[in-house]
Design a protein around this ligand. Structure first.
Ligand code: FAD
Length: 246
């Protein structure tokens, strides 16, 4: 008989919050000393004694957007008008939360001869921010290609730091795309198309035996999964995390 593994539970406290894109916030929590995780994993967060609640309850899953080497735990989310997110936005600094985890295996493969190709739309960037930050810090030798699509620059969390990491890690390339800059007040000179087979082909010419990683809202994960399946990528070379709830 096998028993499902039970993720450890710990308590933490909110120590900061900031807007990281339009209608998108990052929340930082105290990281308990004995709480370890691998870049790319997620946690289940429960609000303790929230001022309001609704039918969805007080718990949500979040990929950990901070890297293991960072002192604090960070999650980031699109701020929809739900009880959970209203409380997260307004509760006093120091408020306690319950953390369950870490869970998940969307973590960087160990075979450095194989490239890693990350496909992220919008908030799906969270696990990849953790992975590419940690890979730069550890000087991991993998070739890493991060395809990151948003409608507008204003919608793209962490874009500046993801761009800056290219100077720290020569093995890492960011391919950012803004698909609806007509609705933006800013200027963008990069890619403007959806992540599709033409975009992959033009940037992955010298990517050796890639393993693909996809994260984000379920529709996006399914769409990108179908696209790479159609271009002949073996299912065994694809790892995906659906942000169910979107
Ligand atoms: C492994 C994993 C990792 C995840 N990582 C992240 C992450 O890093 N960041 C992140 O933001 N989320 C992440 N999620 C999703 C997260 O857990 C929440 O489900 C999500 O943020 C939505 O929460 P909510 O409070 O906005 O909506 P909920 O209250 O959970 O929504 C409940 C239902 O109402 C619908 N709904 C609610 N509000 C709206 C609205 N304004 N418009 C349309 N429909 C609506 C939803 O579609 C859903 O069906 C992850 C989920 C999983 C399973």
């Amino acid at each position: 008989m096998t028993t499902a593994a039970v993720a450890p539970v710990t308590e933490s406290r909110l120590i900061g919050r900031e807007e990281v894109a339009e209608r998108t916030m990052a929340f930082r929590f105290y990281r308990p000393l004995d709480w370890t995780f691998q870049a790319g994993q997620f946690l289940d967060m429960t609000l303790l004694d929230p001022s309001e609640t609704d039918a969805e309850g007080n718990t949500r899953s979040f990929s950990i957007a901070s890297a293991p080497y960072e002192d604090t735990l960070m999650v980031a989310t699109r701020m929809r008008d739900t009880a959970f997110k209203r409380v997260l936005r307004s509760m006093p600094l120091g408020s306690p939360v319950k953390l369950e985890g870490p869970s998940g295996d969307l973590t960087l493969h160990s075979d450095v001869s194989r490239a890693a190709v990350f496909l992220a739309g919008g908030i799906g960037i969270t696990p990849f921010r953790s992975i590419v930050s940690q890979a730069a810090k550890d000087k991991r030798a993998h070739r890493i290609f991060l395809f990151y699509s948003n409608r507008r620059l204003e919608d793209a969390p962490f874009l500046d730091e993801l761009q800056a990491l290219e100077h720290e890690n020569p093995n890492y390339k960011l391919i950012a795309s803004m698909t609806d800059m007509t609705k933006s007040h800013r200027t963008w000179r990069g890619e403007t198309g959806l992540i599709d087979k033409e975009m992959l082909a033009s940037h992955l010419k010298d990517a050796v035996s890639p393993i693909y990683y996809i994260a984000g809202p379920p529709e996006m994960v399914k769409g990108l999964g179908t696209m790479i399946h159609d271009i002949g990528v073996d299912d065994a070379d694809v790892r995906a995390e659906e942000f169910s709830g979107y």
